[in-house]
Design a protein. Structure first.
Length: 71
Protein backbone atom coordinates (compact mmCIF):
# COMPACT_ATOMS: atom_id res chain seq x y z
CA UNK A 1 0.00 0.00 0.00
CA UNK A 2 1.38 3.38 -1.02
CA UNK A 3 1.12 6.17 1.56
CA UNK A 4 0.37 9.47 -0.16
CA UNK A 5 0.47 11.57 3.02
CA UNK A 6 3.88 10.21 3.98
CA UNK A 7 5.32 11.34 0.68
CA UNK A 8 3.33 14.58 0.53
CA UNK A 9 4.42 15.84 3.95
CA UNK A 10 8.06 15.17 3.11
CA UNK A 11 7.79 16.96 -0.23
CA UNK A 12 5.78 19.87 1.24
CA UNK A 13 8.61 20.50 3.68
CA UNK A 14 11.27 20.19 0.96
CA UNK A 15 12.92 17.25 2.69
CA UNK A 16 14.81 14.65 0.68
CA UNK A 17 14.27 10.93 1.19
CA UNK A 18 17.92 10.63 2.20
CA UNK A 19 17.41 13.06 5.09
CA UNK A 20 14.47 11.09 6.49
CA UNK A 21 16.34 7.83 5.96
CA UNK A 22 19.18 9.18 8.10
CA UNK A 23 16.74 10.03 10.90
CA UNK A 24 15.42 6.45 10.74
CA UNK A 25 18.92 4.99 10.40
CA UNK A 26 18.02 3.19 7.16
CA UNK A 27 19.16 3.53 3.56
CA UNK A 28 17.45 5.91 1.15
CA UNK A 29 16.25 2.89 -0.81
CA UNK A 30 14.62 1.39 2.27
CA UNK A 31 12.86 4.65 3.02
CA UNK A 32 11.66 4.87 -0.58
CA UNK A 33 10.19 1.41 -0.19
CA UNK A 34 8.36 2.54 2.96
CA UNK A 35 6.73 5.36 0.97
CA UNK A 36 5.70 3.09 -1.87
CA UNK A 37 4.46 0.35 0.43
CA UNK A 38 6.93 -2.26 -0.75
CA UNK A 39 8.19 -2.61 2.83
CA UNK A 40 5.67 -2.45 5.66
CA UNK A 41 6.10 0.31 8.20
CA UNK A 42 6.84 -0.98 11.69
CA UNK A 43 5.43 0.60 14.83
CA UNK A 44 8.91 1.91 15.68
CA UNK A 45 9.28 3.61 12.29
CA UNK A 46 5.78 5.07 12.46
CA UNK A 47 6.44 6.55 15.89
CA UNK A 48 9.73 8.08 14.73
CA UNK A 49 8.09 9.57 11.63
CA UNK A 50 5.09 10.92 13.55
CA UNK A 51 7.45 12.55 16.07
CA UNK A 52 9.70 13.92 13.32
CA UNK A 53 6.83 15.48 11.37
CA UNK A 54 4.74 16.23 14.49
CA UNK A 55 1.67 14.57 13.00
CA UNK A 56 -0.54 11.65 13.95
CA UNK A 57 0.21 8.11 12.87
CA UNK A 58 -3.28 7.95 11.36
CA UNK A 59 -2.30 10.82 9.07
CA UNK A 60 0.86 9.03 7.95
CA UNK A 61 -1.21 5.92 7.19
CA UNK A 62 -3.80 7.90 5.17
CA UNK A 63 -6.54 7.10 7.69
CA UNK A 64 -7.32 10.82 7.97
CA UNK A 65 -6.56 14.02 6.08
CA UNK A 66 -6.09 15.86 9.36
CA UNK A 67 -2.41 15.83 10.40
CA UNK A 68 -3.24 16.99 13.93
CA UNK A 69 -3.57 14.68 16.88
CA UNK A 70 -7.13 14.01 18.01
CA UNK A 71 -7.87 15.46 21.40
Amino acid sequence: MQFKNLRAIREDRDIKQKQVAEILNVSQNTYSQYETGIISLTAEVLIKLADYYNVSIDYLLDRTDNPNFLK
